[in-house]
Each structure stands twice: as C-alpha cells, then as structure tokens.
Design a protein around this ligand. Sequence first.
Ligand code: HEM
Length: 535
Amino acid sequence: MAFFSILRTLCLLALVLVLLKMIMFIMKLRELRRLMPAGPAGWPLLGNILQVGRLQWVQFAKWKEQYGPVFSLNFAGQPVIVLNDFAVVAEFLDRRSSIYSSRPRLIMAAEILLGGLAFPIMPYGDLWRRMRRGAHEGFVGRASIAYQSLQEKESVLLAFHMLRDPHSWDNHLRRSSASTVLCAVYGWSSIDTSRDHIVDRINHIMHRIAQACLPDWMAKWKRDGKAFFETHNAFFEDLLQEVDSKMKEGTYEPCFAANLIEDERKRQGLSDRELAWLAGMMFGAGAETTAASLAVFILAMVLHPSAVKRAQAQIDKVVGRERLPTFADRARLPYIDAIVKEVLRWGPVTPLGVPRQSIQDDRYEDHFIPKGTLVLVNIWAVNRDPEHYPDYADFRPERHLDDSGELVDPTPGIHTQGHLSYGAGRRHVSISNSLSSHLDFLWLNTGARICVGKDVANQALFMDFATLLWAFNIMKAKDENGEPITPSLSDCVDEGLVFRPVPFKCSITPRFGEVGDLVRSATATYVGTNGIASS
Ligand code: HEM
C-alpha cells in the first residue's frame, strides 16, 4: 500500500515538473516573440503551425499587410521570420548574408537519410562551399554557354514531340527538362523512355528532400533510416561511375560530371561519393523547377494572346519562317527574354524558396532575432512588391523593356534578374556577366545561396519559349459546345518544394504550313530519322 502511495506521489511530482517546464517554455517563447518583429499570435504549444494553410505564401502576404514586410511566427517552438519585399530581402540576404546564408540543420532527414550530402539543403560550411564551387564552375556565367548546343537540340526535340502529340504537352515539357539537365550533367544523348526509371527515381529522392524541410514527426518515412541513404548512394555512385568508365575508354561526351571528375581529382577537393551526390543534386534541383516554369509559360500564353502576338512578330522579323531560332538570335529577341523574366516573376514555382536559418543572434531595427531562427523568403510576395510592380497581378513582359524595346531592370539597384524567383544571396548590381560571375565566386566566403543553375535555366527557358512560339499557336482549348476553356490562374499542384499549375487543356497547333517539315528535318539532323527519342 505504502509503495503505491509513494509511486502516486512520485507520478504527481513528475507531472507537476513537466507542467512547470512546459509553462516556463511557453513563457520563454512569449518573451522571445515580444522581442522579435511583431507577428500573429498562435496557439500555446503549436504556435502558428495550424494557421498557415496550404497556400502559405498567400497567408503570409495577408500578414504582411497587417504586420509589415518582416514578421515573426512560432512553429511549435521554432522561431521563424518571413521576408516579404525587396528592401528587406536585400537587407537580410545580401547585406547580412554571412548570418542568413545557412540552411536549417535537419539531423534525421538531411544527415542520416541523405548522408549530409544533399547540397541544396546543406547548412553553410566547408563541404557546402566545396560543392558550391564545383557547381559554380560547371554552371555559372561563361560555363553556361557550353550547354547551348544541347539546349538548342532539346528545344527542337520538344517541338517535334509537340507536333506529334500536342495533347500530352505537359509530359513533353517534363521529358524535355529532365533530358536537358541529365544530358548536361552526365553527357547522355537525349533521353527516351528507357531512362524514365532514372528520372522517376531522382524525382522521388527530391520529393523526400522537400519533405526533409518538415519537422521529423510529420514525415513517417524518416524512420526508414540508413537503408534509404545506402540505396540511393549506390544509385548516384553508379551514375558517376558510368561517366568515369567512359572517360577511361575515351568514349565520353563532355559534361558537368566529367569536368568534376577531372578537376576535383587534380584538386583533391571532393571525394568520389561527394562528386556523385553533387551531380545527382544538380539534376534534382534543375529538372522539375524548369519543367514547372515551362508549364507556367503555356498558361501565360493561353491567357495572354497579345503577348504571343508581339513575341511572334519579333520572331518573324528576326528569324523568319525558313529556319528555327538559335542562340545566335538571342540579342535581337529581347521580347522573348522579357517573357522569361515575366513568367518567373508572375508564376514563381518555388513560392517560398528553400528555407534559411540564421547562425548568430542579430538585431533588426528595435527587434531581436535569435540564432537558429528559420528564415522564409516569400518569393511570391516579393515578386508582387507594389513599389517595383504597381500592376503586379498583370502578366506584362513589357515591364522588363525600355521604350526602345531593350531589356531593363524594373528593380534598379537591387536585383539584375527583375524578379526574386532564383532566390537571393549577394548584392546584385548592373555589372558585366564575367565580372558578376567572378564576384559570385568570391562571395562563397560569405554565402552565395542564390540558385546556382539560374544562367542555365534562363538559357533553357529562352530557347524553349522562342522555339515553341516560332512553331505554334498556343491558345485556349474549346469545350464540346465550342466555348473556350479558361484555365485556373490560382490552382496549383504541390510537388514538394515545386508548385506547378493544375493540368489544363489547351490548343497547340502549327503556325504555318512549313512548320512540320522544318521541325522534322531539324530533328533528323540531331538524332537521325530512325533514332528519335519517344516520350
Ligand atoms: C526555372 C528554374 C529554376 C528555379 C525557379 C530555381 C529556383 C531556385 C531557388 C529559389 C533556390 C534557393 C535559393 C536561395 O536559397 O536563395 C535554388 C537553389 C538551387 N538551385 Fe535552382 N532553380 C531553377 C533551376 C535550376 C537549375 C537548372 C539548376 C541546376 C542545373 C539548379 C540548381 C540549384 C541548386 C544546386 C541550388 C542550391 C544552391 C545552394 O544551396 O547553394 N536550379 N533554385
């Protein structure tokens, strides 16, 4: 009897202690929120987690109206700040980049399941710096030009598949983006269905990585533990090994992986395992983002026939109707580059970017921001910053052009991209490409987290947009009564970190009689008449 009464007293004591600890924790959090930038009040333990909803960026934009461009949240004890306009992004991610360039440390997800080798979500540190340098040398500035012939070829193949089966346009965009990045990384010739399982597998890994940004208790798969890492590690190592063997036989195609193997072995910078993951992550980060931006382009063209008309007039003048566009036409097709910028601004496919985490205590105006704060950049809201885009809801490529039709930056002094869809991470001023790329390299010491694939992505989007607009009319589909179907502007599909428009019907038809022959003969010069990759 006495034993049970002691046990009961001990249990009660333990309960009181737990309650006391919880109360102290809640009070500490309250005090912290009081010092941090103002933000919405939340529930006692869960904080604001249940208030954000599916389209978090839209809710964040509403809170911006109430609390200003920087506000704080509490995600079950994790302090968070959200940045919502260009000025605060420049303040935190450019001027204070040495504090705000890291990523949250996700022990179970990033370190155990992904072996600490997933570069896009890796906290700032020596391995990130070495991998970023490898990626930078392979993709940024002048290095991106090496991929232009591959991108021209993939655009022709994309047009070929569109011509054959326009209804499956979304599949063609996905195949084309996957193919472009895989060929750039591993030196393959254009992919066909036999490589689909590889694309599926890398996409599967990237979806897991996207979930890695969730707290451990929200993702059941994290319990799979080390087996996940071992399986996928072997997969990435095999892909790199294939390139290495071809290099030894002298049968390889120049590509990012081959350059990495050659340079890093000389420099002893990255181990074979690290190289294998770096190459795999470039595909993972680049393919779905580009494919989703292509889908936003189709949506924008369907909804804005005047932009299609103006683009096609410029293409007809510069390229004519006897050949397909190439990169040699780019300087004389500023309207197409303006469409690239406007598609990325208007429909950012990573509306909240990739989360950052601060690495030391900081002060902003009168507020305190503790070390370890999660930093979310509301790219969607920044791209609608009314100070730079008064008519932000409209799709208007002209905003990126001056009166003579040449490209200008609608966000002068802040960002040369004209939008924030590639993230941020170093001050962008108007400087030449090579100087910019040199500065990016120096910036590695303080953190240059902006998308490392942005130059390659801009090129791919330019070439695909120019080719599709040269070849096709892209319009609303009609329903059974002959009425045009207007696709939804706001619905989107959540693919982890990437959001794309919900699938919609549209009409993609050749613009003039010779398109079919010209596209078929261009395709044949690349892959031969019998060897055309099928989707
Ligand atoms: C339209 C296409 C693309 C979009 C919208 C996009 C967007 C982004 C964004 C928002 C970030 C986070 C930047 C930050 O934290 O500030 C990022 C990072 C990254 N992107 Fe892209 N991206 C695109 C294409 C590509 C391509 C084609 C590649 C590679 C070939 C690539 C490779 C990466 C990598 C490796 C990172 C991580 C960089 C780091 O953490 O240091 N991306 N991208």
